[in-house]
Ligand binder design. Sequence first.
Ligand code: ADP
Ligand code: MG
Length: 291
Amino acid sequence: MRVLAIINQKGGVGKTTSCMNLGAALAEAGLRVLLVDLDPQAHLSISFDRMPAPGDPSIYSVLTGQHPLADVIQPTHREGLSIAPTNLDLTGAESELAGEIGRESLLRDALRDLAKTADAPDIVLLDCPPSLGTLSLNALVCADGVIVPLQAEFFALQGMAQLLDVLERVKRRLNPRLELVGILVGMYSRQRNLSREVVEELQRHFGEILLPTFVRVNVRLAEAPSHAQTIFEYAPESGAAQEFRELARELWRRIAGRELKSAVTKTAPKSIAKPAASPETKEQAAGADLP
Ligand code: ADP
Ligand code: MG
C-alpha cells in the first residue's frame, strides 16, 4: 500500500480535482485506489456525492477514535475507486485534537490497521485542506510521497518555501520515508505568456520534479463534480482525461518504479509521454497536440 499526500496550503490550486481524477485514472488501470478527504470543506466527498450526515462515520470519527477506517470507506460509482469521506464535523478537529498526545499520527495508525485487512488498497491519495495544521501534518506523517499541485499563475511559487520547509522538517523528525514525488502544474494555458513564463520559472527551480504533463485549463474539469462524475465519465475524450491518464502513468513510474499496466498504457497516445526538454517539447508535454 502506497500513500500519496496531495498538498498545498493554498486553496484553489487543484488539489481536489487532481485527487479525484488521478484516483480515477489509477483505478482505470486496475489498481485498487482509496481517496481520503482530509478537508473540512468536504469538496471531494461532495464531488462523489458521498458526504456523510453529521455524526455518521467519517474521517472525523476515524481521527477521534470512534471508528476504524475500514468502517467509513464507501465505494464510488467507479470500479476500484473508494472514498473515506468527510463532512463539516471535521471543522472542529484541529482545535479538538490540539491537546492530544500523538495527534499527528492518528491517520497513520488508522491506515496501518487498514493495511492488515483483505480490503487494503494498492494506493491511497490524501486530499489535504488549504492549511498546514494538524490535518495536513497527519497526511505528511503517513505518506510515502507528496504531490504539490500548483496553478500556472503569477503567485504559483508563493508559499512554496514554507511548504518545502515543513516537508523537510517532517522528514527529519517524524517520517524519514517522505519524498517530494512531483509538482503538478494545473490550469495551464498555452496561449498565455504568463503560463509559459511561470512554467519556465518552475522548471528552473524544480527541474525534473516538475511532472512533464500539465493539466490545461478545461471547463469540463470544473463542471464534472457538479454531476458527481470524474472527467472519465463526463468528458472521456477530453484533453483533460488524457492528461490525467498520463500523469497517473508517470506517478506510478515514480513511486512504484514500473509501468502501469492495462487500460491506461493501451489507450494513452504515445505523443504525450515525452518528458519536457525544451520550451517546444514542454508545450507538447502540456498536451498541446492532443485531440
Ligand atoms: P483545491 O482543492 O486546491 O482548493 P480545486 O481542485 O477545488 O482546488 O480547484 C479549484 C477550482 O478550480 C475548482 O472549481 C475546480 O473545478 C477548478 N479547476 C481545477 N483545475 C482546473 C482546470 N484545469 N481547468 C479549469 N478549472 C479547473
Ligand atoms: Mg480542495
